[in-house]
Unconditional design. Structure first.
Length: 391
């Protein structure tokens, strides 16, 4: 695998778009600027300052496909032409009222219907806490007995989730369930297990997500595999390292309890590799959706496939990256015939700002992939300049 082929990686980007991406990554690699910028953006949003335009022309353009799913189809078709599939998500966050959840439910159902209109959208996704309230998930998670009102609200949450999954299966669209903070995740796991048991009899329609920055997840994976065998259903596993490290560590500090997160990046990597070592020999029963921008994790899988004579387009293995990030991985993998899919968020600028701030913050972290993104964009700009000179 050659991830250095920048011509392939940036085929879809014009020179101007590449320069824009370069300056954007430069800005968001500066921790202080991102900290200040995101606080200001949130204040401006609250005060209803018209900041949408600035976002639309910069970070929104890099990480989001459009305001509506219909606008996003242009992006999706362009990706599809280079054999990169997409899964769409209405990336609005923090709707915690019944009305907001009903709205999110309708958006999820609409996205599933839309996925059926093209072969470019084989998966869809939902975040459980967008379909039920976070406080209810927390209560379920900690085993607190719910009162009558809460029981009714929980019933509505399960009903929304089941309807989404049933509809996805009916339309032959696979469904990913995102993983969230540990204080709601047990409740999500329970739902995901029930859904896999109900819907994954003939094939894996439902994929649960495992965060391998958690020390306990390898054991959980092994138990889940045994359960699936015992109850005769297929497992769909989205494997990620995990996105909530600061929140998790802060919470365990505040509560004075040991952190459930691996003690270092290296320990997370070992845990992640151990999970891959467990899944790969069982790939017939345990479908893998690898959500990662880490080249060595991806190479571990492609090399295993090669040494086991598994064709690159083997349908039980998918590689996934976020839209606007790690294009050198996505497009170079796709050029070799691997199954590649981008997470493509969309929504009105104002509603996706929290998602965009998280992307920016992720790119400021010390070990982030940003220097790699910058180096590759620079290499491609140089290659294009040389080509022009040759002509
Ligand atoms: C398609 C896709 C879907 C995703 N879905 C989810 C999801 O549902 N839920 C979710 O939580 N995340 C999700 N993520 C985000 C993911 O968990 C990671 O945060 C992100 O992808 C970075 O990890 P990496 O494997 O790409 O690469 P790397 O850059 O190699 O790893 C960075 C990750 O390593 C871990 N890490 C870093 N420093 C330390 C440390 N000091 N100690 C312990 N661990 C450390 C953290 O998890 C960090 O995010 C998704 C990512 C992708 C690409």
């Amino acid at each position: 695998m050659n991830f250095e082929n920048t011509k392939r990686a940036y085929l879809l980007k014009s020179n101007i778009e590449l320069y824009q991406a370069f300056y954007l990554f430069r800005i968001i690699s500066n921790k202080n600027l991102v900290y200040l910028g995101s606080r200001l953006a949130l204040i401006a949003l609250k005060l209803k300052f018209p900041i949408s335009r600035i976002f639309r022309q910069t970070i929104f353009k890099q990480f989001c496909a459009g305001f509506k799913k219909e606008d996003s189809i242009k992006v999706i078709n362009r990706l599809n032409k280079l054999d990169v599939k997409s899964y769409m998500h209405y990336a609005s966050e923090g709707q915690n009222s019944e009305l907001g959840m009903e709205f999110n439910f309708k958006k999820t159902i609409n996205t599933i219907s839309f996925s059926k209109t093209t072969n470019a959208l084989p998966f869809t996704v939902f975040k459980a806490t967008s379909l039920g309230s976070v406080s209810l998930f927390e209560k379920k998670n900690s085993g607190v007995v719910l009162n009558l009102n809460e029981m009714a609200a929980w019933g509505r949450t399960i009903d929304r989730i089941q309807k989404c999954c049933k509809y996805a299966k009916k339309l032959n669209v696979k469904m990913l369930i995102d993983a969230e903070e540990s204080w709601v995740q047990n409740a999500i796991d329970e739902i995901a297990e029930d859904l896999m048991e109900a819907f994954n009899k003939e094939k894996a329609y439902i994929f649960t997500t495992l965060q391998l920055y958690r020390k306990d997840r390898l054991k959980y994976l092994q138990e889940l595999f045994k359960k699936a065998n015992r109850k005769d259903f297929s497992l769909g596993i989205k494997l990620v390292r995990g996105a909530y490290i600061e929140k998790e560590n802060k919470r365990s500090m505040d509560l004075g309890i040991p952190s459930i997160i691996c003690k270092s990046k290296e320990a997370t990597d070992i845990n992640f590799n151990n999970a891959l070592d467990y899944i790969l020999p069982r790939i017939e029963q345990c479908k893998l959706f690898l959500g990662s921008h880490c080249e060595s994790s991806i190479l571990k899988v492609t090399e295993w496939m090669k040494s086991n004579d598994i064709p690159n387009n083997y349908s039980n293995i998918w590689f996934s990256q976020l839209y606007g990030m790690a294009d050198h991985i996505s497009f170079n993998l796709a050029a070799q015939g691997y199954n590649v899919i981008k997470y493509v968020p969309y929504g009105p600028v104002k509603e996706v700002i929290p998602y965009l701030i998280r992307r920016a913050e992720e790119n400021t972290s010390v070990r982030s992939q940003t220097p790699r993104e910058l180096k590759l964009i620079k290499k491609e700009l140089k290659r294009r300049k040389l080509k022009e000179l040759e002509l």
